[in-house]
Write a protein that binds this ligand. Sequence first.
Ligand code: PCA
Length: 141
Amino acid sequence: MHKVFIYGTLKRGFPNHEAGLAGARFLGRVRTLEAYPLIVGGRWFSPYLIDEPGQGQRVFGELFAVDAAGLALLDRMEGVGQPEGYRRMCVAVAEPNCETAMDAWTFVKDRAAIAVIHSAAMAEYRHDPRYVGPETRDSAF
Ligand code: PCA
């Protein structure tokens, strides 16, 4: 099994959860050990965690356990390996009020790959009515 740190539209109750994590096991609410910028950006107002440790805030999200097929599904949904996609990297997370780290996969963007940033750095992604889901986009990019 693989642990995955989910901070955006794949969280429970968010638009992509059922498509990506319906079969996954929810392990709990967690927070990154280090600060990272979590912003809304791009044409479709997507949440992006930027791989700049020490910038922004410690980020709250949800930890899930997925099998190899589940991780491959998430890679496809997040466009891992594609020029406009996310990059999957390992991040240290912990339960709130506990600083013992667990390693988990997460999906990040490099700042240079984000055309436009629409928000300040957040501690937690909340529903954003501006988000355009994959099924309603007018083009792949
Ligand atoms: N989906 C992934 C990365 C950003 C997004 O919208 C997530 O929820 O963690």
